[in-house]
Design a protein around this ligand. Structure first.
Ligand code: ADP
Ligand code: 5GP
Length: 188
């Protein structure tokens, strides 16, 4: 079996529920691991270093990129986000399924590096519901909500590049659908 099938990339507009669904997926299927990204964004209330992200300054992030420690990175809403190599290589070598929750440009770069990775795009049920989830999360400024909604329209066009598309109607059904896609991917 191709080891790259253990690498699962999940994208979707900010606020569609990716992190909530992946957290639930991990609860039900703890054998699936999730990559922790590096970011220059400030932690939101309740977020933890090394659990949600590795938080760092722009200079620290640039150093990591320069040292070849970052597999892919992208700018999103004025901040940088990147996947540390150490989160991925060791796991796929050892046959551990690892999920990257990353935006569409980064997903394109991962696909170039690992052409056989399993890519899944999560859609919200509608733009209205997306905005309501983003607002309901209560973490973004009005300006950031507008930028994220504008970016969502562009991001949705990338859905066709993914192996599969799922709609996050309910967290449980979406997580189960993703689990089935991961299992099917491993059989190829
Ligand atoms: P993302 O990781 O895609 O930015 P989050 O996981 O932070 O999105 O979810 C955004 C908000 O939407 C959160 O407040 C979360 O509780 C809520 N949410 C996620 N999935 C659903 C769902 N299926 N139905 C209703 N609300 C949801
Ligand atoms: P947020 O600020 O909402 O946590 O994340 C903003 C966006 O950055 C989301 O679409 C999220 O999936 C994406 N993201 C998080 N980590 C990474 C990463 O390591 N690389 C890339 N390319 N995008 C990431």
């Amino acid at each position: 079996m191709n080891k790259e099938r253990h690498l699962v990339v999940i994208s979707g507009p900010s606020g569609c529920g990716k992190d909530t669904v992946v957290k639930y997926l991990r609860k039900v299927h703890p054998e699936i691991e999730v990559s922790v990204s590096a970011t220059t964004r400030a932690p939101r209330s309740g977020e933890k270093e090394g659990v949600d992200y590795y938080y760092m300054s722009r200079a620290q992030f640039e150093d990591k990129v320069k040292n070849g420690e970052i597999l892919e990175y992208a700018q999103y809403d004025k901040n940088f986000y990147g996947t540390p190599k150490s989160e991925v290589d060791r796991r796929i070598e050892n046959g551990i399924t690892v999920v990257l929750v990353i935006e569409v440009e980064g997903a394109g770069n991962i696909r170039r590096l690992y052409p056989d990775c399993n890519t899944i795009f999560v859609r919200p049920p509608s733009y209205e519901e997306l905005e309501s989830r983003l607002r309901g999360r209560g973490t973004e400024t009005e300006e950031s909500i507008r930028r994220r909604m504008a970016r969502a329209v562009e991001e949705m066009e990338y859905a066709v590049d993914y192996n599969s598309v799922v709609v996050n109607d309910t967290v449980e059904s979406c997580a189960e659908e993703i689990y089935e896609l991961i299992c099917k991917g491993l059989q190829k």
